[in-house]
Design a binder for this molecule. Sequence first.
Ligand code: PM9
Length: 471
Amino acid sequence: MTSSSYKTMGQQFGRRSWAEPWKIKMVEPLRMVSHEDRLLAAEEAGYNTFLLRSHDVYIDLLTDSGTSAMSDRQWAGIMLGDESYAGSRNFYHLEDAVRDYYGYQYVVPTHQGRGAEHLISQVVIKQGQYVPANMYFTTTRLHQELAGGIFVDVIISEAHDPSNLHPFKGNVDLNKLEDLIKREGVENIAFISLAGTVNMAGGQPVSMENVRALRELCDRYCIPIYLDATRMVENAFFIQQREDGYKDKSVAEILREFCSYTDGAWMSAKKDNLVNIGGWLAVNNHDLFDKLRNMVVVYEGLHTYGGMAGRDMEALAIGIAEGVQDDHVRSRVGQVLYLGRLLIDWDIPIVQPVGGHAIFLDAKAFYTHLSQDQFPAQTLAAQLYQESGVRGMERGIVSAGRDPKTGKHRYPALELTRLAIPRRVYTQAHMDVVAEAVKKVFDIRQQTRGLKMVYEPEYLRFFQARFEPIP
Ligand code: PM9
């Protein structure tokens, strides 16, 4: 596995080598807002793209969460919603789909990913226990901390370097992990929080070799591994493309094998599973399932709907099966790569290798004249919107939040602006327009001033914080 195998994959999925395995049956008109109106909208939104109205956005790359286009089969499934309070047949379809494709035994539905994170964190973490993870995710770490856990990053150090071409930058550093276990004592480790792919690292995958070795290590110490499976299908695709021994296996087979090395998973179904709302938790241990099923009725809804409507569970069960098809994943990741290659060809600094769900612009490299306290990635997201109507989001110091102990900003090595590509929504022509917009912002980078934060909410501040330009 070298950078050259990455390049080969890049060439293989270049412009003309694949096409979307669907055709368009319904369209939603887009609106181009004038430059003047965009400047006003940005000011009104406190230079936070989460506070813009979608009406004022042209191409919306804020997130790939809940923004997928559903298929005709999923929409047909919506009409088959069984809205019984208890025992909806749609729940059993969902349960079967999770069992078939992910391989876990017991399934608890939740309204979305963070509902599942809340339940598992509350049930599994004891006050003061450590939660080692392959980098943090915002909502995941917050729920772990609210449950009394202490997050520890054990991802390989290559993940913190945007230009390092390691093909599996999501891997766990087993030495870092074992040092932590020995230092703190196995009884003080709640579980391993493993994400595939790693969102904050740039959508980077974990290799099968790494998860297998992780399983062996955790077996020696009797530590469970719970997987954030939100974008695990995309991770499986990268294994197929980059790891020896997997090129002839289907994404579905690789997904099942990977999950088999873990003890359970939580899921934001709004990503890989191709629905606009929904989530689930799934485990193999019956006692744990019993506790989770008891908690779900307190916070989410009955254990056969967990905050979702019956129709949403039906669309989700169908989305799980569609989302693991090789031709779907190839075109999904291929589109992200297409945009990435346009930017790389123009020498625009982005996280490489290109990840599964998004392009991450390296804002530190854009704005070498700004300090991290001047919020370069927030600035870049605001600039891009103002210049082009394209909406991305900050994934840097604002997203990292404050250390709960010291109250000080955390300073992540990665200061990134993310352009997340919704699934089955935009065409390559949209990607061309996005690339040109990024190029424009890159060309005027030296004249760009930073921002100061003028309102900061306590939790997940990136969603609602407000900024003003530094004069
Ligand atoms: N991810 C994303 O845009 C949506 C909200 S945060 C900006 O990337 C992982 C890896 C996620 C994720 C959400 C969640 C939470 C868990 N794990 O948004 O609650 O990327 O469904 O899932 C977002 P929910």
